[in-house]
Design a protein around this ligand. Structure first.
Ligand SMILES: [Ca+2]
Length: 486
């Protein structure tokens, strides 16, 4: 008994020495633009090899059920920064008035900065509200979408011209930020790559990759969409219509049926080539963390801002609630915090959760307004069988706009998915993902599923209510859309 008391006294006096695992962790968040969930070798991709993304997975947890709650670039980026649904932070489109944050928005780096963290934002930002005033000690971002070669950047408000390949430069800047940071503070770094966003321009060293192979087409490559709601039929997402590859030997004059498979080969190969550049640069950042002895106490999260169709239903791009568009890579490593080398195939995790998780592990209280929008992953990182969410809210608000995809909301459970296209003519889809993982047949009107349809409709309204969604575009007419392929 005496011995125990003595130990307690010592521990109380020297917590930093006796409990090194309680040091505040550093945080590195890395994100790509349009990387689908299976575009990593650790996720089973047989063509694309990503040894450095795989390193994060091997040392941490790979969530197979990782989703974005809005499959569009800027809205998803706003959600990462704030831990809120897009209707709450205000960035609901990729351009225009709703490309800005609502006034008074709170980002997780603002809270970290206030708590004594050194904070930095490097790479693709793509929100009209600039990072100044949003919690960064240092920032260096691409203006808008940015350029693949010789990109200009905006560094703390001033324009800087760089020479070289964009994702090499972003990693250079991230590494320079880490090297020059004040060493007496924990740090929080965001490093957002440009790839694999269209128009997929690879670094010169990867231009010849995959030249002599044929990429397999997915089973739904030629699946007919004519029975889908009008919003889907009117979307402009077909690979056959891509104008991108005339200079690469796919003339626009070819009949669509011939152009489609050729466009597909060009698109997927270049998509994979640009991701090879990302993977190398992920490796450079991990190498620094390892060599500096920071790995044990540094949280690394790697994800993408939305998924991507790769020929499913003949499509590319994202913007719909179908699986390829909402599923994203989700890797989380923190050797000092949770057990690594695991795959979690059970728990649905969201881009909303990232800010919640960081704040939790940094010991920073989450403000009340974040409640109901996301969750810290701590319970399921400690115990993958812990109680966890079984539904979540989906939304998409960019219309009219590029690709003319319909505004809508939805709710997903582990097994079912309800989608509501809210502008007239409204439409609904309901899928049983266990029986129909490729979402070939909507069961919305199937008498056998009316109980589940009603339950999910009710759940959708409940989720809207608790997250304060008061947008009222339901039942408004669908305006004409002229901005087709973007
Ligand atoms: Ca994107």
């Amino acid at each position: 008994m005496l011995r125990r008391t003595a130990l307690k006294t010592i521990a109380a006096g020297f917590p930093a020495i006796l409990k090194p695992q309680n040091r505040r962790p550093n945080v590195i968040f890395m994100m790509t633009d349009d990387q689908r969930a299976d575009a990593m070798s650790c996720a089973g991709n047989k063509i694309l090899k990503t040894p450095n993304m795989d390193r994060i997975a091997a040392g941490g947890v790979r969530f197979t059920e990782g989703f974005v709650t809005n499959p569009l670039c800027s809205p998803s980026r706003g959600t990462i920064l704030t831990g809120l649904h897009t209707h709450a932070h205000g960035v609901t489109t990729n351009a225009g008035e709703s490309h800005h944050f609502k006034p008074g928005v709170v980002t997780y780096p603002m809270l970290q900065q206030k708590a004594g963290y050194h904070t930095a934002m490097i790479g693709k930002w793509h929100i009209a509200t600039l990072p100044a005033g949003l919690g960064f000690d240092h920032w260096c971002i691409l203006p808008g979408q940015g350029l693949y070669h010789d990109p200009p950047m905006i560094a703390n408000g001033g324009r800087v011209q760089f020479r070289g390949y964009v994702d090499d430069i972003i990693a250079d800047q991230a590494l320079e930020t880490l090297r020059s940071r004040p060493k007496n503070k924990p740090f929080s770094l965001i490093c957002n790559f440009k790839a694999p966003h269209r128009a997929w321009v690879p670094a010169q060293r990867f231009e010849k990759m995959y030249e002599n192979i044929a990429i397999p087409e997915p089973p739904t490559f030629n699946t007919d969409l004519s029975s889908r709601p009008s919003g889907i039929r009117n979307s402009d997402l077909q690979i056959a219509d891509m104008p991108d590859f005339a200079q690469r030997g796919v003339p626009a004059s070819l009949p669509k049926a011939l152009r489609k498979p050729l466009n597909y080969q060009q698109f997927v190969k270049n998509y994979y080539r640009v991701l090879l550049g990302v993977d190398e640069n992920v490796g450079r950042i991990l190498d620094y963390v390892d060599k500096e002895g920071l790995a044990e106490n540094t949280i690394v999260v790697y994800t993408g801002d939305n998924g991507f169709f790769m020929g499913e239903y003949g499509m590319f791009d994202k913007r719909l609630m179908y699986e390829p568009s909402i599923r994203v890579p989700m890797l989380a490593r923190y050797p000092g915090g949770w057990k690594g080398g695991r795959v979690d195939p059970r728990n649905m995790v969201l881009n909303n959760d990232v800010a919640h998780t960081f704040l939790d592990y940094c010991g920073i209280e989450r403000p009340a307004h974040m409640r109901h929008h996301g969750e810290s992953w701590r319970p399921i990182l400690d115990n993958p069988a812990a109680a966890w969410r079984d539904t979540w809210l989906y939304e998409y608000f960019e219309y009219p706009g590029p690709h003319c995809s319909p505004i809508g909301r939805g709710v997903r459970t582990k097994r079912y998915k309800l989608i509501h296209y809210i502008q007239n003519p409204q439409g609904h889809e309901f899928f049983d993902l266990e029986k129909d993982p490729e979402e070939r047949r909507s069961l919305y009107d199937d008498p056998a599923y009316q109980t589940q349809v009603a339950a999910l409709s009710k759940e959708l309204e409940r989720l809207r209510g608790i997250t304060g969604d008061d947008r009222s575009q339901d039942g408004t007419p669908t305006p004409p859309c002229a901005n087709r392929m973007g």
